[in-house]
Design a protein around this ligand. Structure first.
Ligand SMILES: C[S@@+](CC[C@H](N)C(=O)[O-])C[C@H]1O[C@@H](n2cnc3c(N)ncnc32)[C@H](O)[C@@H]1O
Length: 212
């Protein structure tokens, strides 16, 4: 699925409706806030133990017809953070360390790799991690494409020639194991930034589903 890229201007700022003075209804329970895609995704995993989730993710990528999280671009909030820090609530330190080396960024569950491209363009050595072998291959192919160096609004172009462009590598492995670390240079190197959009939520989700 490839959705057209919504302009950052229309996606990162909350649109507030006119203020109403009518009494507020009580907040809805969390489950009622899920949209149909989230419900369908949750149902896809629900009756499977956590040990089988990696292969379930891979099944989604193999079928390729239900990848609802793929907005066709990097997360607009991450674009703000890296490219427009004066608009962002938080800021990151510069991508070069005190020894002049590029810092290392990890994107667990990188999907097609949009956020990996963004970190690389911003001067980080970026590593995408995917538990799905198919997704890892899709990401490698996409990251080698022209689109991954350009973007819809130039967001994947090298941002600062003085800093340069970082690596954009994809590793196949499970974030909750450490057998992929060797391919990322080993445990000792660590990461300066870990940008996780959804993967560690599985810890909470798995805990929740084993309790209910
Ligand atoms: C909801 S998608 C988000 C993909 C991507 N971050 C994006 O925004 O397009 C979650 C991705 O994480 C991958 N994934 C799930 N569990 C993982 C794990 N334990 N380790 C690494 N990747 C994982 C899935 O294969 C899937 O591609």
């Amino acid at each position: 699925m490839h959705l057209s890229w919504p302009s950052r201007r229309h996606t990162t700022r909350a649109q507030h409706p006119p203020r109403s003075h009518a009494p507020r209804s009580p907040p809805k329970p969390f489950a009622a806030m899920a949209n149909p895609n989230q419900d369908r995704l949750a149902a896809f995993f629900k009756s499977y133990p956590a040990s089988q989730h990696p292969s379930r993710w891979n099944d989604l990528w193999v079928a390729g017809d239900f990848i609802p999280w793929d907005r066709g671009s990097a997360n607009p909030a991450l674009i703000d953070l890296l490219l427009h820090p004066s608009d962002a609530t938080y800021t990151l330190d510069p991508p070069k360390n005190a020894h002049g080396k590029l810092k290392r960024a990890l994107v667990p569950g990188c999907g097609k790799g949009y956020d990996v491209a963004l970190f690389a363009a911003s001067g980080y050595d970026a590593y995408g991690l995917e538990v799905s072998g198919v997704a890892a291959d899709v990401a490698k192919t996409w990251l080698a494409s022209h689109e991954a160096r350009e973007g819809n609004e130039g967001e994947y172009r090298t941002q600062d020639e003085g800093i340069g462009r970082g690596k954009a590598e994809v590793l196949h492995g499970d974030f909750f194991r450490d057998d992929w670390l060797e391919a990322a240079g080993g445990l000792g190197l660590g990461f300066d930034v870990i940008y996780d959009n959804t993967v560690s939520l599985q810890l909470i989700w798995n805990r929740f589903t084993t309790l209910t």
